[in-house]
Write a protein that binds this ligand. Structure first.
Ligand code: SF4
Length: 448
């Protein structure tokens, strides 16, 4: 029997010291960071579901790479350690791999960063998988068993791959049981990617073409979750849930039948779709994360998502009137941003009806069109490595400000948007929305 240890690098990271201190002191930011840090690593749980019978596995989320955590992994005597990491934590993943390889353990990495930078990642890991690893996982394990593991595998559906794309209903069921008592929230993916290609977005296309899962398959995954927890809290790991051509009815019915309460990401146009609005709250949806993005710059690639702010706000109000909270996400620091425009954004947010707000710095993740554009024009800051790609640290030269001015402006915005009074105001909005939503669902249970 062979053993694989699955290790996701979890948690938020901040480099700039004043921003880190601010993040610690603002409860609104801290609560979201904790929630995100606790989300299960769905990709690794899916690989666990695809193991042959002669492989065992264990799951070890790592917030900080420490001797204690490494000893815990080594104690399982793994033949293989499979790691997932985001750009901001990838250097920690490299260090983890270095220390595991010193113990004679074979390491493998996948995910978005490894997909965009396989040559870099292969300097630190025995094996790198680009794209959706599920489709090539059996080949990797068979090669490992024969002692013929290759340094880089291109999964089906990634550029340059010649493998046949395996259909989503053939993907293995994620092993949610590996989470034990850990999860406050579960994750479930009903689609991969997005039909749009916003310039800054790494998730939309890099891992493969836009794909939607059949409703029957989603029901199977919901059943696997509800077998562990009745009325679970689920965060859909989708990039844009209702953006494809499938019927919303089947998806919403499956979620409704499961009894789950759920969150997702979608674009504002669902606020103009009666088929979604009428059933969203009664299906158990609590909140939709929605990218409104920059108020000073129109990103290429946003397609039909690009619209006037007033129309977007109307759509948000329609969603919230239907009993579902909207977490409105804004990007600070796009071309054209000034200290004055940052203040204007915060003034707008303070007057807005949004039930929750997310504010991050524009971040040119590798593989995105934004990264290529800033790199071509020499605007990436050389001495800021991947550990600065946190969404809260400046990584490029703004066009209208100095780096220090953008940092100060962002800190000022965060202080205003996430102070206690602003968070209390939005909490009151959420309570009012959810009381309306629960009356549709016929439940009196508070989601928090
Ligand atoms: S709509 Fe969202 S998921 Fe789709 S490309 Fe734009 S940012 Fe990415």
């Amino acid at each position: 029997m062979s053993h694989v240890a699955f290790v996701p690098l979890t948690g938020f990271r901040l480099r700039e010291q004043e921003m880190a201190a601010l993040g610690m002191s603002l409860p609104g930011l801290g609560a979201r960071a904790t929630a995100v840090g606790q989300l299960p690593a769905l990709g690794l749980l899916t690989l666990a579901g695809g193991l042959p019978d002669d492989w065992s596995c264990s799951y070890h989320p790592v917030d900080i790479v420490s001797a204690e955590r490494i000893n815990e992994i080594v104690a399982t005597r793994p033949d293989l350690v499979a790691v997932s990491a985001l750009t901001a934590s990838v250097q920690e993943a490299y260090e983890l791999s270095r220390r595991l390889r010193q113990e004679g353990i074979t390491t493998i990495i996948g995910g978005l960063h490894a997909t965009t930078s396989p040559a870099e990642a292969s300097q630190h890991f025995d094996c790198v998988v680009t794209g959706n690893a599920e489709s090539i996982w059996p080949t990797i394990l068979a090669d490992h068993d024969r002692g013929e593991l290759r340094p880089i595998y291109k999964a089906a559906d990634t550029p340059g791959s010649h493998q046949r794309f395996s259909e989503p209903d053939k993907w293995p069921l994620p092993r949610f049981d590996l989470l034990g008592d850990r999860p406050h929230r579960f994750t479930l993916q009903t689609q991969k990617g997005c039909p749009f290609a916003c310039e800054f977005c790494g998730a939309s296309r890099l891992l493969g073409r836009f794909t939607e899962k059949p409703a029957a398959r989603i029901r199977d995954e919901l059943a696997a979750i509800t077998a562990i927890r009745r009325r679970p809290l689920i965060e859909l790991a989708d990039d844009n849930t209702f953006a494809g051509s499938r019927s919303s009815d089947e998806l919403l019915q499956a979620l409704s039948d499961s009894g789950a309460r759920w969150f997702t990401e979608a674009d504002w146009r669902i606020g103009e779709r009666p088929d979604v609005l009428q059933r969203l709250a009664e299906s158990g949806c609590l909140q939709v994360l929605m990218g409104i993005e920059s108020i000073v710059f129109r990103y290429p690639g946003m397609g039909q998502k690009q619209s006037e702010l007033a129309r977007i706000v109307d759509a948000v109000e329609a969603i919230q009137s239907a009993g579902v909270a909207v977490n409105a996400c804004f990007i600070v620091g796009a071309d054209g941003e000034t200290r004055e425009s940052i203040d204007r954004l915060v003034d707008f947010i303070e007057r807005s009806p949004f039930a929750e707000v997310q504010l991050t710095l524009q971040t040119p993740f590798p593989g995105t069109a934004l990264y290529q554009r800033l790199q071509r024009s020499g605007r990436l800051i050389d001495n800021r490595d991947w550990s600065f790609y946190t969404l809260f640290d400046v990584t490029y030269q703004p066009d209208q400000m100095t780096v220090e001015e953008l940092e100060a402006g962002f800190r000022s915005a965060v202080s205003r948007v996430f102070n206690n009074a602003a968070c209390d105001r939005r909490a009151a909005i959420r309570d009012e929305i959810w009381s309306r939503g629960f009356s549709k669902k016929g439940s009196a249970t508070c989601p928090s």
